[in-house]
Design a protein around this ligand. Sequence first.
Ligand code: DAU
Length: 353
Amino acid sequence: MTEFLLQSDIAEICQRLGKSAHDFAGKTVLLTGGRGFLGRYFMEMFAHLNEHILEKPCRLIAMDNLITAGKEGSEIPDFPNVTFIQHDVIEPVKLDEKVDYVIHAAGIASPYYYRAYPLETLEVAVRGTRNMLELATEHNARFVFFSSSEIYGDPDPKHVPTPESYRGNVSCQGPRACYDESKRVGETLCHIFHEKHGTKTNTIRPFNVFGPGMQETDYRVLPNFANRIKAGRPLNVYGSGNQTRTFCYITDAMVGFTLVVLKGVPGEPYNIGNPKPEISMVELVKSIEKAQGKKVEYNVIEYPDSYPADEPNRRCPDIKKARLQLGFEPNVDLQDGLKRFLTWADKVYTGQE
Ligand SMILES: Cc1cn([C@H]2C[C@H](O)[C@@H](COP(=O)(O)OP(=O)(O)O[C@H]3O[C@H](CO)[C@@H](O)[C@H](O)[C@H]3O)O2)c(=O)[nH]c1=O
């Protein structure tokens, strides 16, 4: 039976965090979106740290409304020192025990789902973030908000690779607005709480994170491609196929995220991604061919109605700030990451759409 998250990846994340992870000893962390793609990694990471690394365990309170958690997400693991609460963050929450860190990872992140659930997407990033900021402020806890590289919209090519200082090119009426505009408001809320109440906030802008644990029904590009490979069907490249992304393997991303939680300079946003290579979606198919060692058929098709077509033409992070301030360095190259993901998906996915 293949693990839904690879324990070798979890161990790699914890080992790469090194001494910094000891700051979690004896602390309490509140994690929202605990059963989402990133939340599940955090849960397993804390379980591994408690079992193998920390002299004094870290308490984890994980929260999720389980609406998009799927089958695997809805199975709650029974880890020592971890409590799970089914709760929707758009409703305020009171906790009796003192919390030291709030990691706010709840959200609807896949373009397919935010097209289907625009109001829910907006509410979790706005009301949910406000509620969690109030809680973090009351507890004097560090607060980390999962924003998105989508807040840059379709960047002016002069600003690619894109640094945190770029203000973005976003449409407030476009099909992605419920996501990118609400993440922008979420960041504004963090800024207000930091300025007005001194809350120690950080925002993380992830760039196309992928890896084992993405559900077959995630409907982002790599799960879709892996599922079609499993079914022996040609891949569907949307649009022109020339639009670019940079893909960041989950272990690199988790190291970056956790470094922000531990060491982020209060008030600052951080890009977390792997800037190399910036590739088009047609080139992504070629990279998959290389990783698989065999030919992969594909068609370039119009965007389906279910997909928010008004998308960034290019996306690539400038990660100088995370390198300099946090010591973040991605080290899983695209070929290695694709091999790890595709091998896993071949065992776990069914190929049904
Ligand atoms: C699902 C799918 C997508 N595509 C294309 C459309 C895009 O140009 C590119 C990447 O699409 P997606 O994987 O859907 O993700 P993308 O548009 O980059 O947006 C994501 O990336 C953001 C940054 O990581 C995240 O905050 C969100 O998860 C999501 O908004 O692949 C295909 O060619 N075929 C597909 O089947």
